[in-house]
Design a binder for this molecule. Structure first.
Ligand SMILES: Cc1cc2nc3c(=O)[nH]c(=O)nc-3n(C[C@H](O)[C@H](O)[C@H](O)COP(=O)(O)OP(=O)(O)OC[C@H]3O[C@@H](n4cnc5c(N)ncnc54)[C@H](O)[C@@H]3O)c2cc1C
Length: 302
């Protein structure tokens, strides 16, 4: 079968595109390699998605998947490994099979880099976060740390300092690597403290997150620090490498596209959600991309 559209990635962006396309009477296949619903399934509590006071990420993801299925989208578990175009037809090369369509939406998302420490997964959403915009409000008037010293980490620290009691920035290098304007702002903020040349060596707590052990990279000395929560801001990685032959990636691996989610210079390939170059990576922006990409696909298919 040749689908109207194959969507790679069943996160909020991909599933929204599927819902919109099915409602426009297009045949749609969504391919997902890991978890139907995408990365939001890792969040125990979402409180910033308009229209819902509070819900778990899994609850939200389940509803999205159900809605896409009720609309009639085919959703399959397979990893897309590449895209080949022949005339007007795209072949998406999967792990289990090859799939064909007249258009493709890349909605592969991105992954936060993790510390890779014991306890990290267990306390994710319960003391360990990767997103100040998502979870900052849960740490109002509390003592927290931001791990990292680049632009994202410093922006997160400044944002969190407005609601949290204290913010400790912990950076592995002997200097902060963010822009000088951000560094000046960090230095001028009373409730932000910076610890340099230190890495997180251990996550503390058995049933409840209690803090971290940091290790000084120069002296090797270790110290235990109590925090109500930590925000890990050591980078994100988009999942676009497999498609670098089909579409141009920027220096960080993201795909640049216009407001309509159309990458410049490509016919029939669209991009939506966290995998595209953008300033805010949230459910709301992923969903907005899914809607925009589906409208662009409909225009393209005619
Ligand atoms: C712990 C956590 C808490 C968060 N909390 C919030 C919050 O409270 N509020 C908020 O707005 N946002 C939150 N976010 C961010 C939000 O989850 C993302 O912005 C959103 O999920 C992005 O949607 P997406 O569809 O673009 O990508 P994703 O959700 O990342 O989905 C992409 C999907 O594509 C799949 N995929 C990738 N490559 C392939 C391939 N080659 N073949 C097949 N499938 C592939 C992936 O497995 C994934 O399921 C949180 C994120 C995390 C990790």
């Amino acid at each position: 079968m040749i689908y109207d559209t194959i969507i790679i990635g069943a996160g909020p962006a991909g599933l929204t595109a599927a819902i919109y396309l099915k409602r426009a009477n297009k045949s749609v296949l969504v391919l997902e390699k890991e978890t139907f619903g995408g990365q939001i399934t890792h969040s125990p509590k979402v409180e910033n998605y308009p229209g819902f006071l509070s819900m778990s990420g899994v609850e939200f993801a389940d509803k999205l998947v159900e809605q896409a299925m009720v609309q009639g989208a085919d959703i399959d578990m397979d990893e897309a490994k590449g895209i080949v175009k022949d005339g007007d037809i795209f072949t998406v090369k999967g792990d289990r099979a090859d799939y064909q369509a007249r258009s493709v939406i890349l909605a592969t998302g991105s992954k936060h880099r993790t510390l890779g420490l014991e306890g990290e997964e267990k306390f994710t959403g319960e003391g360990i976060s990767y997103c100040a915009v998502c979870d900052g409000a849960f740490y109002k008037d509390m003592d927290i740390a931001v791990i990292g010293g680049g632009n994202s980490a410093l922006q997160e620290a400044i944002l969190l300092s407005k609601t949290s009691k204290s913010v400790t920035v912990i950076q592995n290098l002997p200097f902060l690597t963010g822009e000088s304007k951000l560094i000046e702002q960090i230095e001028a903020t009373d409730n932000i403290k910076v610890i340099l040349s230190s890495v997180v060596a251990k996550i503390l707590g058995t049933d409840k997150f209690e803090g971290i052990t940091i290790k000084n990279e120069e002296t090797g000395a270790e110290s235990d620090l109590s925090f109500d929560g930590i925000f890990v801001a050591i980078g994100q990685k988009p999942e676009n490498e497999s498609f670098s032959d089909a579409v141009k990636l920027d220096e960080r691996g993201y795909i640049t596209a216009d407001e309509g989610c159309i990458p410049d210079g490509y016919e029939g390939i669209f991009v939506a959600g966290d995998c595209r170059s953008k300033s805010v990576r949230q459910i709301a922006t992923a969903i907005s991309d899914g809607a925009a990409a589906s409208v662009a696909v409909c225009k393209y298919l005619g």
